[in-house]
Write a protein that binds this ligand. Structure first.
Ligand code: C2E
Ligand code: CA
Ligand code: CA
Ligand code: CA
Length: 380
């Protein structure tokens, strides 16, 4: 409540003259922007002007995300915005709000921060249900949910040090779908548990395959933030390990920091139980959360993965290079493995070696590949 009160306060402060703020739900706010022409923006097409509204929405998101302090704790809020552009007076306010909430739902489904409304989206809640029904079918079929596997390698020798499992959905009509297209829907439904079970099973089966070929490197599985708020998750993991007779140390769970602050106690408990079961923990997308450094001290991890964005910008932007160097030093000091993500070029490889980074993953070495190709790739 305190957080939402602060958000409301901040939103009210941010609103410019002529912009109206209303609280339309528990954690839902509406902002009515005046006709953009009145703000000196060029008039848009009939039906309102989307680009200026989008720009304004992004601006507000940036400012709303700035960390705030509640009872001595610094925290940041996640914001999703739906934008509707309409000419003044053309539709009822209630209809505007309905469309805005459709746009929000769509944005969340796609994992975006800002979504826009268009009339074709009016089917989107039925889309969502259809997607979930199809996913249920996908679990029943045994060849629709598959893993692509991508090795992490020693930067100097290119010898594999581990393999990450990245899920794909071979949709019967739409072709191969990336996690971004269906994970958000899975994560918000009761399908998350059977989904996670399937991914763990496929990953541990793949690992058994390369172990049988004499390669003793661990498999990394990405964990949804929501699983970390599920007290039964550690047992799901240990049961999967038992099914596959795999020692816990061969499994790395990749987690991100995007975990609800309100459920921090459950999350800490779940992480502690995972850790004591002997599973390795990796902090994914390191550097992108607002509290990366705090997380490293709060969550005992075995590995940090430097987010691809820093590797991307490392060569042009000294600040990105400094983050990489900082992460490498931090890793060395804490005795934590450091992996750089998304290496695409030989220049990036050289720069990372220069910075002392030991391990990396990326297209430069190997693209994610179907499970039946991995043993060959690892042994060549
Ligand atoms: P991530 O964990 O950060 O995974 C890295 C993403 O970068 C993958 O995208 C991978 O295919 C891609 N990638 C690897 N090397 C390169 C490179 O050199 N250049 C570029 N541009 N991209 C590279 P993908 O497979 O689409 O996965 C996206 C995200 O979906 C993952 O991000 C992860 O957060 C999530 N995810 C994937 N599989 C699972 C899963 O089984 N469970 C859960 N909960 N999340 C998953
Ligand atoms: Ca990952
Ligand atoms: Ca990552
Ligand atoms: Ca990522």
């Amino acid at each position: 409540d305190e957080v939402l009160r602060l958000v409301a306060e901040r939103l009210t402060e941010l609103a410019r003259p002529l912009e109206l703020v209303a609280r339309t739900g528990d954690d839902e706010f509406a902002l009515l922007l005046p006709a953009m022409a009145a703000l000196g923006e060029p008039a848009g097409r009939v039906g309102g002007s989307m680009p200026p509204a989008l720009r304004r929405a992004r601006e507000l998101v940036e400012q709303l995300r700035l960390p705030m302090e509640v009872a001595g704790v610094r925290l940041a809020v996640e914001v999703t915005v739906g934008v509707v552009a309409e000419q003044p007076g053309r539709i009822e306010v209630s209809e505007l709000l309905r469309r805005a909430s459709l746009a929000v739902g769509r944005a969340k489904e796609l994992g975006l921060t800002v979504g826009t409304y268009d009339s074709s989206q009016d089917a989107s809640s039925t889309d969502h249900l259809a997607l979930l029904a199809e996913l249920q079918d996908a679990f029943a079929a045994d060849d629709q949910i598959v893993l692509h596997l991508q090795p992490a390698v020693d930067l100097v020798t290119a010898a594999p040090t581990g393999v990450e499992a990245l899920v794909r959905w071979r949709h019967p009509r739409r072709g191969q779908l990336s996690p971004g297209a269906f994970l958000p829907a899975v994560e918000r439904s009761e399908l998350l548990i059977p989904f996670t079970r399937r991914v763990l099973d496929l990953a541990l089966a793949a690992a058994a395959d390369w172990t049988a070929n004499g390669i003793n490197i661990p498999v990394s599985v990405n964990v949804s933030a929501r699983s970390l708020t599920d007290p039964t998750f550690p047992a799901q993991v240990t049961e999967a390990l038992r099914r596959h007779r795999t020692p816990a140390s061969r499994l790395v769970l990749e987690i991100t920091e995007s975990v609800a602050v309100s459920e921090q106690e459950v999350v800490d408990e779940v992480l502690a139980r995972l850790r004591s079961s002997g599973v390795q923990m990796s902090l994914d997308d390191f550097g992108t959360g607002f509290s990366s450094l705090a997380s490293v001290t709060r969550i005992p991890v075995d590995e940090i993965k430097i987010d691809r964005s820093f590797v991307d910008e490392m060569i042009d932007k000294p600040a990105a290079g400094a983050v990489v160097r900082g992460a490498v030093e931090l890793g060395a000091r804490l005795g934590v493995r450091v992996v750089a993500e998304g290496i695409e070029t030989i220049e990036q490889r050289a720069a990372l070696i220069e910075l002392g980074c030991p391990t990396a993953q990326g297209y430069h070495f190997c693209k994610p590949m179907p499970a039946d190709k991995i043993v060959q790739a690892l042994t060549q």
